[in-house]
Design a protein around this ligand. Sequence first.
Ligand SMILES: [Zn+2]
Length: 198
Amino acid sequence: MASGSEIERLIQLLAKLPGLGPRSARRAALVLLKKRDLLLEPLAAAMAEAAAATRSCEICGNLDTVTPCTICRDPRRDPHLLCVVEDVADLWALERAGAINARYHVLGGALSPLDGVGPDDLGIDKLVARVADGGITEVILAVNATVEGQTTAHYIMDRLAGQNVRVSRLAHGVPVGGELDYLDEGTLSAAMRQRTAF
Ligand SMILES: [Zn+2]
């Protein structure tokens, strides 16, 4: 061990972050320790404040410092649209893109029998109850284009059957700026199947 236990612990924790392995965690820790006043102490303070202030929204599952979250409280959101996502990261991505002026429902994952993730783990009852409360006319299933994501979409569609609500899902197809020659066969076939009128 090249350094004291506090530093080793810092490295071990940093190594748990996405995109950081043990080697890059070591480099990051060294940068932090060298820039103690500029980086390490402000970061430690920001992390402590975020840890103390962050809440999971009681309505949609978004992470914010208030619950209900800023989006659930926003009166300019279209109350008829509910966008279902797997993860808070997906919600934030859609918000960054300004993709839709809807409210959200964060599942916290996708159905995966092999990993023991069932409907109860995803709060799907809560979603169904939210739709049953009325006011929502369209549920947009903005889940991942993976087997688990699509299984989840089908399950939710079944659960919402009989409710007076339109269920839609994201199109699969050619990425903006994408070249056909570089697409995998699955994406290309899906894009052809879901072609739209010009
Ligand atoms: Zn919310």
